[in-house]
Design a protein around this ligand. Sequence first.
Ligand code: GLC
Length: 439
Amino acid sequence: MMKKNILFVLTMLAAAVGSAGASENVSGYEPSEQVRQSQKEFAADRFGIFIHWGIYSMFAQGEWYLNSGIREDEYCKAARGFYPADFDADEWVKAIKGSGARYITFTTRHHDGFSMFKTAENDYNIVDGTPFKRDVLKELSDACAKEDVKLHLYYSHLDWKRTDYPRGRTGRHNGRDSLNYNWDTYYKFMNNQLTELLTNYGPIRAIWFDGYWDHDEDSVPFNWQLEEQYRMIHTLQPSCMVANNHHENVIEGEDIQIFERDVPGENTAGYSSQDIASLPKETCQTMNGMWGYKVKDTNYKDTPTLVRLLVKCAGMGANLLLNVGPQPNGELPRQSLDRLKEMGEWLSVYGETIYGTDGGDIQSQPWGTTTRKGDKLYVHLLSSDIRDLHLPLDCKVKKAVTFDGKEDVKFSRHNEKGVVLHLPAIPDVPDYIIELTTK
Ligand code: GLC
C-alpha cells in the first residue's frame, strides 16, 4: 500500500515536472474575421439552451453521479440499457426555438466519459455502446440546421473513466486505476474526438470546454496544452468559437467568456471571481438545481425569475445559457417544456429589448437594469415599488414612453446629468420596460 502511494506521488511529480513551465497563453491571439462574425451573431442571440444528457440521466441523480462513491465498472453497465425510446430531435429543437432561444449547447461527452455521438475512438458511445444505436448528435445537428438554430458543443476536459487521464481532484473513488495515466494518449484522444465533432456534424458555432478546474489544486500548474488544441479547433472550423468554463480569467485563444451560475459581476455561487473581459459573455444556469436530470429535484425556478435572469444578463451584455436535463426516455421534462413555452411568449413581445442589444448605460441596480440598441435605451424595471427613478446618464433623453402601449412617461432633467423618470404605477409583471430615445 505504502509502496503504491509512493509510486503514485512519484508519478504525479514526474507529470507535474513534465508539464511545468509551459505557458497556457497563445501569444498575440487575434480572432479571425469568421470568428468575429460568430461573436457578433452569438452576442445578438442573447439566449441559448444548455442540454445535459448522457447515460447519467438513467440514474436520475444528476451528471455527477459517478463521483458519488460508486464503482465505474458498475456504472458503465447502464450504457447497455440506454434506450431513449421517445427521443425526437425535431421536437426538442422546436420546443427550444419556441422559447426564443437561438442556439443549443449539447453535452457530447461529460465527465463520466460516455460519448453521446459516434466516435471511432472507443465503443463507449451512443451508437456502439447502447441498444439504441442512433447518433443523437447527428439527429440534433440535422434538426438544428432545419430550424436555423445554432449548435455549440460541450466537451469535458476531464474524464472519470479513462485510465490515461491524469486524475485531478474529482472522480477519485470509483475504483479506476489511475497510476498508469498517459497524458499524451489522452490528449490525442481528445483531439481526435474534437476532430470528429468538427468534421461530422456540420457547422459548430462553439466548443464549450469544462473540467479544467479539476487540476486547480495541483501544486504545479497543470499544462492542458490549450494553445495547440484551440488552434486545431480554429483551423478545423474557422468560424468556431472557443469557450472554457475554467472559472478563471480568459486565456488567449478563447472567444467567449463564461460565468457559471452568476450574472457577470456577481459571485453568489463562488465560480465567478474572474475579471470581466471584453469578449462576448455567457452565464449558464440551471432551471432547477442540477444540470443532468435529477428525479428528486422538482424545485424549478418560475418563469418570471427566469425572465428576470435573462434581462439581468442582457443588461450586463451577456447571454443566458439556460439548462434543460432531458429524461432517460429522451423527452424534456414537462416543467422545462412549460418554462420554455412561457419564455417564448415573453420574448415574442419583448424580444426587441433583448436580442441584438448591448449591455445598457446603467447596469445591475437594485431596481433593475438597462439594455441599449442604437438610440434606444430600455429601462427594465424588475421591482414594482419604484416611483421616481434617477438615471445618471451621459446622454440626453429626448423621449420616454412605456414599452407596452407607448404612453408618455414624464421625466425631468437632473443636475445636467441624466433624468428623473416619474413612473406610472407599475403592474405586477416580471419586467416593466420604459423605452427612452436618447441623443
Ligand atoms: C460544472 C459542473 C458540470 C456542469 C457545468 C455546467 O462545471 O461540474 O457538471 O456540466 O458546471 O456549467
